[in-house]
Design a protein around this ligand. Structure first.
Ligand SMILES: Cc1cc2nc3c(=O)[nH]c(=O)nc-3n(C[C@H](O)[C@H](O)[C@H](O)COP(=O)(O)OP(=O)(O)OC[C@H]3O[C@@H](n4cnc5c(N)ncnc54)[C@H](O)[C@@H]3O)c2cc1C
Length: 600
């Protein structure tokens, strides 16, 4: 078992220390002949900074936590890029353009023809939100970001724009098992598919959605993700690649696994009670056997030896981690363990055996996930596993933890995502951190608030199960800061942990920076990262990067026509008079005026 200390974690970062300096070196630089005029313009801006650093200028800027300096925010941008950003944010103000953006894009493509349409997109939305079409064309953008201390989380932005009716059919077919058809009542309401919620794109603007077609399509998605890992490895020495596990397998498998995991955990809570933090709750032999007797699973004379099997550390008590270990494939116990179905009143096996074809699909999905993680390890790229809907998330999280167990032994390669809008976020995070510590693997986490709130709420209310989301914004905010505080304190006290604060909320970023300061976690220790999307929130990302913090942009790439759904979602997210967007627009104007005055 590995033992952790902060020095241990820092030791790993030593070899990459250079990379967190504000002016990072990338593996390959862009050939000058491939740069556009705008890129050359911006390279000049980059060049002057790199030179001042190389010749002994101040290596880090002091961080202004108000994030209100246009000069700091847009240092990396050429004048043309600032005007383009302003034009894009202005266009997002027009409701008609935002609401009807898909139709307008399609019509424009038809009227203008491919070449002119692509040029117009390059001069507006595509140029602002997307890095380029492929690895060579995104290189100048990555080099430029790195020269300002900002890393990249590559995200292949291509998504299929299938019609609503097709999405519903695809989802309904891929979320039902042959086994379910015999006994449709076997599943809990939350873990079934419903036609009215089958199009998972509805009410979600900030996340991509994959629909299952067949196993071949999952293999193709794997190839795309492998290329994304390769591109990240080739573009920088310390990159990330973003992955959604719904791209790699049949969603029904994720639904089933999520259900089993949820039932297992609920049963532990039913047995062990609700007092205290979940990670600290313990179940004694007496409690355990009394519950099993009450459920009619065992009798007084025939208690079996289950408790001893499950009590891994033989301390006379079972905690949640020991309890959940019964789901390990090598643990035969899950086959005989039955739990009550409150609807039918019958005892049912915890795991439903899958028909042969679905078992093969499950194996293929695990194989794909494994292949991706292995490639990431080989290419020195970290994998950021995105969080998705709450009825898939227990399975996504569990598979991610399994990957961490295997690939995070020497350094954090795999990062899980925790959505703080979930009521269970703190429990989920702390239980996983305890497991990582106990088993001695590095723990990597990305903290977000969560992208599926409206859809989750509607589904829970219409289908009739408990809303998984915190009751209001303030409780989500409090949950985020509770998780952040806990993880930063653990970084300081035990080490072996890396976290990404993925948020556009300035207050959250400010708190993280202040807490790092209080706890003595230096920006250059490379333990705490910040994450924002390309083309948004530059007033936070660039000052952080310039001040020596590890900050990353989610960098989507892909051919113009194939990233249109992504662009349409970005337009929706930046619409109207949102506070954050208003601030960015006003800062961009101030910078235009400042540079114009400077020139004249
Ligand atoms: C780099 C990066 C990676 C991301 N990865 C993921 C991911 O893997 N999975 C994912 O789900 N999302 C992801 N997101 C999106 C993220 O979850 C948020 O939707 C988005 O960032 C807005 O949250 P914020 O903290 O930036 O801003 P804020 O404006 O402070 O927060 C808005 C968020 O607060 C929550 N909220 C708003 N109103 C309420 C309410 N009434 N009750 C309860 N909660 C409320 C919602 O989650 C909403 O999205 C990512 C975002 C970034 C920047």
């Amino acid at each position: 078992m590995l033992s952790y200390c902060r020095n241990g974690a820092a030791k790993w970062t030593k070899s990459t220390q250079l990379l967190v300096l504000p002016f990072r070196r990338s593996k390959s630089s862009a050939p000058a002949s491939k740069l556009t005029a705008a890129e050359e313009d911006s390279q000049n801006v980059v060049g002057s900074d790199v030179r001042s650093s190389a010749t002994g200028g101040t290596p880090f800027d002091k961080l202004n936590l108000e994030f209100d300096s246009p000069e700091e925010a847009y240092k990396s941008k050429s004048f043309t890029e600032i005007l383009r950003a302003l034009a894009v944010f202005k266009l997002c103000q027009f409701d008609i353009l935002v609401n009807k953006n898909k139709e307008i894009l399609k019509l424009s493509r038809r009227l203008l023809g491919k070449r002119i349409f692509n040029n117009v997109m390059q001069a507006t939305f595509y140029g602002h939100f997307v890095a380029g079409a492929d690895q060579p064309s995104i290189q100048p953008m990555i080099t430029k970001l790195e020269s300002f201390g900002v890393g990249a989380i590559l995200d292949y932005g291509v998504e299929e724009d299938i019609p609503h009716s097709e999405a519903v059919v695809a989802e309904m077919e891929s979320c039902v098992s042959e086994a379910d058809k015999k006994d449709p009542d076997i599943h809990n309401e939350k873990f079934k598919a419903y036609p009215q919620f089958a199009d998972r794109r509805k009410d979600v603007s900030s996340a991509r959605t994959y629909f299952y077609k067949d196993e071949h399509k999952c293999d193709q998605n794997l190839q795309t993700l492998l290329q994304c890992v390769d591109a990240s490895g080739a573009s920088s020495e310390n990159g990330f690649a973003a992955v959604k596990l719904t791209a790699l397998g049949r969603p029904q498998l994720l639904l089933n696994l999520s259900e089993v995991l949820t039932k297992t955990r609920n049963l532990f809570v039913q047995f062990a009670g609700t007092l205290g933090n979940l990670k600290d709750r313990k179940l004694t032999k007496e409690q355990f056997e009394a519950q099993l007797q009450a459920m009619g699973i065992i009798t007084r004379d025939n208690s079996g030896d289950w408790f001893t099997w499950m009590d891994y550390d033989q301390d006379g008590k079972i905690d949640l981690l020991e309890w959940e270990a019964l789901l390990q494939p090598n643990h035969r116990l899950h086959k005989i363990f039955k739990i009550p179905n409150f609807k039918t009143g019958k005892l049912e096996p915890l795991l439903i055996s899958l028909p042969a074809e679905e078992e093969t699909q499950m194996k293929s999905m695990l194989h794909r996930i494994n292949k991706l993680a292995k490639r990431a390890e080989e290419k020195n790229v970290r994998l950021m596993i995105d969080a998705e809907q709450s009825y898939f998330q227990p399975a996504i999280s569990r598979l991610t933890i399994e990957m961490m167990r295997k690939f995070n032994k020497k350094k954090p390669v795999i990062f899980n995502t925790y959505q703080c809008y979930l009521k269970e976020a703190f429990n989920n995070l702390t239980v996983d951190m305890t497991l990582a510590k106990r088993e001695g693997f590095y723990f990597g986490a990305k903290l977000v608030r969560g992208a599926y709130m409206d859809q989750e709420r509607k589904r829970a209310s219409e289908i009739g199960y408990e809303d998984p989301i915190n009751p209001n914004y303030d409780s989500t905010d409090a949950m985020y800061h509770q998780c952040l505080g806990y993880i930063l304190k653990k970084i300081q006290s035990t080490g072996g942990i890396n976290v990404m604060v993925a948020s556009h909320n300035e207050d959250t970023v400010r708190r993280a920076v202040e807490l790092m300061n209080e706890l003595g976690i230096g920006p250059k220790e490379n333990l705490v990262y910040f994450g924002q999307l390309l083309g948004m929130c530059d007033q936070v990302s660039f000052p952080l990067g310039q001040a020596g913090y590890s900050v990353y942009k989610y960098v989507p790439y892909g051919p113009v026509e194939e990233v249109l759904p992504y662009l349409s979602r970005r337009a929706l997210e930046n619409r109207g008079m949102l506070k954050g967007v208003e601030k960015e627009r006003s800062m961009l104007w101030t910078e235009v005026k400042r540079r114009t005055a400077h020139r004249s």
